[in-house]
Write a new protein. Structure first.
Ligand code: GDP
Length: 203
């Protein structure tokens, strides 16, 4: 088990990339509403109330930026982590859904210092057509990204092998390319935290 922390401090929220503070290195998390993004960010930071876990998906419609205030001697202090608004929640009003595309696309294409985008896919049900659309868009625009499959604990251990294969095929990747996690059961959280640290390392 890795003991290196990733202590985060909330900095600000924005609707446009130019409103965000400059960063030496940044990673972003994106995914369908309810995929488990807030739970995962809280688990990575080991801070319970950092990102809001909610049963009202789609409520958080802003770009939220956090700064690493303790990287456990990794030298990554000052790097940033961005929580992008979740996509694909039907109850979000049309005008907000319409704004989502330009806001997220602008961020993903223009953000200086963005090193890696972690795309969260629900391990028990994904990838959904919207997830595939997002992955295709990232590939087409050459935005570096890594797929993280969430809620691994919801897949029965007897079904995991098949599920992993299906999910990887749905994302057109190899099984080994996908990071499987469970925030609820703390599975592979250390591994993902190390990966985040490796992308925040500058120079
Ligand atoms: P977000 O909308 O993507 O930020 O998702 P949340 O983190 O708010 O989680 C959505 C729902 O999934 C909540 O009810 C969480 O308790 C649940 N959830 C999140 N992560 C896990 C997990 O690892 N395992 C299980 N079983 N449920 C999870």
């Amino acid at each position: 088990m890795s003991g290196r922390p990733l202590k985060l401090k909330f900095v600000s929220s924005a609707t446009r990339t130019h409103q965000l503070p400059e960063t030496p290195a940044e990673v972003a998390f994106v995914g369908r509403s309810n995929v488990g993004k807030s739970s995962l960010i809280n688990a990575l930071a080991n801070q319970k109330q950092l990102a809001r876990v909610s049963n009202t998906p789609g409520r958080t419609q802003l770009i939220n930026i956090f700064e690493v205030v303790d990287g456990g001697g990794s030298g990554n202090t000052g790097g940033t982590l961005v929580d992008l608004p979740g996509y694909g929640y039907a109850k979000v009003p049309g005008h907000i859904r319409k704004d989502w595309g330009p806001m997220i696309e602008g961020y993903l294409l223009d953000r200086e210092g963005l090193e890696m985008v972690f795309v969260l896919v629900d391990g028990a049900i994904g990838p959904t057509p919207l997830d595939v659309q997002m992955l295709d868009w990232l590939a087409d625009n050459e935005v570096p990204h890594t797929i993280v499959a969430t809620k691994m604990d919801k897949v029965k251990s007897s079904k995991r092998r098949t599920r992993k294969k299906e999910l990887a095929e749905g994302c057109r990747l190899e099984v080994g390319d996908i990071v499987w996690v469970s925030s609820a059961k703390a599975v592979n959280i250390d591994q993902l935290r190390d990966l985040v640290h490796s992308h925040l390392a500058v120079g």
